[in-house]
Design a protein around this ligand. Structure first.
Ligand code: CO
Length: 211
């Protein structure tokens, strides 16, 4: 069986299995989607939103890119965010990074990675913002620490968008949670949360102020 045949066979077996467990599943879901979560994560194949949240189709609206970057000039991201917040009215936005992120690691290297270096500049900015914190660590601990700091900064970028600020002004219930995923045990841990009433970030409070 070639790769595409295998993909179609897996798809058919999956669809048959879902229908066996819940004969109305696809008909019901085809009428409308009403997810309560927006997931902003890394494109890494090991960090699939629905799988690790154990949620079926219909429950998570998803945006993924290399190293879970939230850039306020990224029209793709802004369109996803606006649709999720204003039309779908999601309650929770999860910004998920992961330890061992290749994009984050590459941003710390001097060598040329080609076009992607333009994208990784978003993470180099996070490194500059937290230079003292990172330089205080042994070199081998820096990539994973930067994965955490990147989540914290990108979650803050979401909170600062006009889309989210306007939702809070309208009194819409919405919170943003920055989390990190551990590839070694499959577990998510929260690093920061934002709501209309403010920000909670135990990790940076413990460290003292950023700048
Ligand atoms: Co990654």
């Amino acid at each position: 069986m070639d790769r595409m045949e295998r993909a179609f066979a897996r798809n058919r077996a999956w669809a048959d299995g879902v229908r066996r467990a819940d004969p109305e599943f696809f008909e019901r879901l085809s009428e409308q989607q009403a997810p309560e979560y927006l997931w902003i994560g890394c494109s890494d194949s090991r960090v699939p939103a629905n799988t690790l949240l154990d949620m079926p189709p219909g429950e998570v609206f998803v945006h993924r890119n290399i190293a879970n970057v939230v850039s306020p000039s990224d029209l793709n991201f802004l369109s996803v965010l606006q649709f999720a917040v204003e039309v779908l009215q999601v309650r929770i936005i999860i910004v998920c990074g992961h330890y061992g992120c290749g994009g984050v690691r590459a941003s710390l290297e001097e060598r040329d990675h080609g076009l992607i270096d333009n994208w990784l500049n978003h993470i180099r900015l996070v490194s500059r913002l937290h230079r003292d914190r990172l330089e205080a660590l042994p070199e081998e601990d820096r990539p994973n620490r930067l994965c955490e700091l990147n989540v914290i900064e990108q979650a803050q970028n979401v909170a600062r968008t006009t889309i989210v600020r306007n939702a809070w002004k309208r009194g819409q219930p919405l919170s943003i949670h920055g989390v990190v995923y551990n590839l070694h045990d499959g577990v998510l841990a929260e690093l920061v949360s934002h709501s209309a009433s403010g920000e909670t970030c135990p990790m940076l409070e413990k460290d003292g102020p950023t700048d």
